[in-house]
Design a protein around this ligand. Structure first.
Ligand code: CA
Length: 650
């Protein structure tokens, strides 16, 4: 019953007589049908279940009740028209264990769809499930984590649920599952720490999961998850977890309970959870429940009537519309409350509108102001005006929302659109100013060192994430496979991220120089490309230890985590350095057991450089690359690609 792509207005967007002549595309439609209640979806009690659907353009609506997720036999209950375009039904029975959909008549067409507000779904998310949410809480399910001190204290580790444990040597029992993430006391076949124990040992503060909400069956069929792999940027049901990560995808409660168990396992170790959320597009703009229920409303369109496609995924969600914004905001609040989620990462945030992101920030503040909000603030072509896009250009109006700093990323390792382009760490030229801007957390440090951020908590510094080549692969592609200096380049790149102002972000496996064998976009490559290779991790324990030391360095020195642009301007001083080298001091920043002054230098070339140290006291090495750096009196000599951090001791 898919809506056809050749759309005839009167048939496919409904009979205007139903809405009093209002077109679904008009601003008046938003005003006429702005439903503000909080009871959309099903409200379950053992005595009765109440259903409310928002479908202003429907002329008739029926609730279809099913005894299971796959049977064709339904029991239909007519829904009655209610306020602001909503439809209601109440069933005075205990419906626990039942499944449902809505059937709506739009024009002359009957469409059947899953409830967009479903919090529980059956196999492959085609039908909503009725259950008692309280019964999905795991044993010992506690309240939220205590507030996190400051966003810039965060060291985020980006991970795919399945990648953590799918390798045959991971030592994890529930490989590829939510439950596998939480397994403790795990050793890989090589005897090293594995799974969550390994991640926790690094000292990161937040784990950011690639999509764990329900994504499309075409990406991963929940009945046969081993047959395919996907990152999951293909939303199907925004408020239910993905079934392929559950021990039993047919049991609607299992995916909910097990995702909560995963959150609980992380919280028990002091790790916080960030969800990667993808409200900017859906898997299929024509077949999604939104379009079946209220065709035309939820997406942006071009003038010729085709779907606008800023996401390059076939469609673009119209976040600025009243009921869409309401949907997104309530979805976020639901995950934060029900699953105790500690942060959200917005995919292609630049396609969402500023107002929606502001409302998300302020509504999350009512729960816990330390819930992190970060996003991809790329300023992309899309169906809303420039000034409405939640992008880097409008960062001034998006306070306390972090944005990925692609300028620093590209400066460090070179553009991933031009594979032969060198970055700072492999000898690239004219990148020093961009590196300085990134080191200063992208704030307006001074006229010639500035970027998009107003405050450092708006800057997420990183050099690698799930997209594009891993850092290792990029360096290899650009420099040749035999390049002996790849390790030094890679280490310098991670060191730059960890000593820069702003929020620090790592990709899983970056600590053992993850490779995807030069697969640039592994979104649906099979496990052997995407998994964390625990054999490589075992071989590269020295690199893992290097990352641990870096994270400890960052976390033990508040000077790397200055709270405001003002503090950065006051305490960070760029020092004289030759080309290919960036040096700065962090001065007079007391706090914790931090040294009074720190000197940081990045050297991205193979030559030998001599740097004069500022006369602030006696400099001693705090973090240096063995064999490549020498401190002598007031001079530092760096021989080859390296980073050094010195401190004044007195
Ligand atoms: Ca799914």
């Amino acid at each position: 019953m898919a809506v056809q792509k050749e759309l005839d207005f009167s048939i496919h967007y409904g009979d205007p007589a139903v809405t009093g002549g209002l077109s679904v595309f008009s601003p008046e439609f938003d005003r006429a049908f702005a439903y503000t209640g909080n009871d959309l979806g099903v409200t379950y009690a053992s005595s009765a279940s109440a259903f409310r659907l928002w479908a202003p353009t429907a002329s008739e609506v029926a609730l279809a009740l099913y005894t299971d997720a796959e049977t064709d036999e339904a029991r239909f209950i007519a829904m009655r028209r209610s306020t602001m375009g909503t439809w209601q039904a109440e069933v005075a029975e205990d419906l626990k264990g039942m499944f449902y959909t809505y059937r709506v008549k739009i024009g002359d067409t009957w469409n059947e769809a899953c409830d967009p507000y479903a919090k529980a779904v059956g196999i492959n998310g085609d039908r909503a499930a009725i259950l008692n949410l309280a019964e999905t809480d795991p044993e010992g399910w506690n309240d939220r984590m205590p507030p996190f001190r400051s966003p810039v204290d965060a060291v985020i580790y980006e991970l795919h649920v399945r990648d953590l444990s799918s390798h045959p040597h991971s030592g994890v029992v529930n490989r590829g599952k939510f439950l596998g993430v939480g397994e403790a006391g795990i050793r890989s076949t090589n005897g090293i720490l594995s799974g969550l124990d390994h991640v926790a040992s690094l000292g990161v503060t937040h784990i950011q999961f690639l999509p764990i909400f329900d994504y499309s069956t075409e990406s991963v069929d929940e009945r046969f998850p081993e047959q395919s792999y996907n990152w999951g940027y293909d939303p199907k049901n925004y408020n239910a977890p993905e079934g392929s990560y559950a021990s039993d995808p047919f049991d609607p409660a299992a995916r909910i309970r097990e995702m909560k168990q995963m959150v609980q396992a992380l919280h028990d170790r002091g790790l916080r959870v960030i969800m990667d959320v993808v409200y900017n597009h859906v898997y299929d703009g024509y077949r999604i429940h939104f379009t079946k229920l209220v065709p035309g409303y939820y997406f942006r369109y071009r003038e010729d009537g085709t779907l606008s496609d800023g996401a390059f995924c076939g469609n673009e969600v119209a976040s600025e519309r009243f009921m869409v914004r309401k949907y997104i905001v309530e979805s976020i609040l639901y995950w934060a409350r029900e699953y105790r989620i500690d942060g959200f990462r917005f995919d292609l945030m630049g396609l969402l509108d500023v107002g929606t992101m502001q409302e998300i920030r302020s509504r999350l503040d009512e729960i816990d102001p330390s819930i992190l909000v970060i996003g991809e603030g790329w300023h992309m072509d899309c169906g809303i005006p420039d000034e409405m896009r939640a992008s880097q250009r409008n960062a001034d109006r998006l306070p306390r929302i972090g944005q990925f700093n692609d300028h620093m990323r590209n400066a460090i390792k070179g553009s991933h659109y031009h594979h032969i382009e060198h970055g700072f760490v492999d000898g690239g030229i004219h990148l020093e100013q961009e590196v300085r801007a990134g080191a200063a957390g992208a704030v307006r440090y001074r006229e010639d060192v500035r970027s998009y951020a107003t405050e450092p908590d708006q800057c997420v510094n990183y050099v690698e994430c799930h997209d594009n080549y891993t850092l290792w692969d990029k360096l290899e592609v650009t420099n040749g496979y035999e390049e002996e200096e790849l390790d030094a380049m890679h280490r310098l790149a991670s060191g730059m991220v960890m000593t820069s102002q702003g929020i620090a972000f790592l990709h899983a496996g970056q600590e053992f120089m993850r490779t995807k064998n030069h697969v640039e976009n592994s979104y649906r490559s099979l496990d052997p490309i995407n998994w964390l290779d625990w054999d490589r991790c075992a071989e590269r324990q020295a690199d893992v230890e290097y990352m641990r030391t870096l994270i400890t360095l960052r976390r033990s020195h508040p000077a790397f985590r200055l709270r405001s642009a003002k503090e950065i301007r006051n305490h960070l001083h760029f020092e004289e350095a030759p080309d290919g080298t960036v040096a700065f001091t962090l001065r007079e920043h007391a706090g914790g057991d931090s040294s009074r002054h720190l000197y940081v230098v990045y050297h991205g070339r193979k030559d030998k450089v001599e740097l004069k140290l500022p006369a602030l006291g006696t400099w001693e090495p705090l973090f240096v690359t063995d064999g490549r750096s020498t401190v002598l009196d007031n001079k530092l000599v760096l021989d080859g690609i390296a980073m050094a951090v010195l401190e004044v001791v007195d």
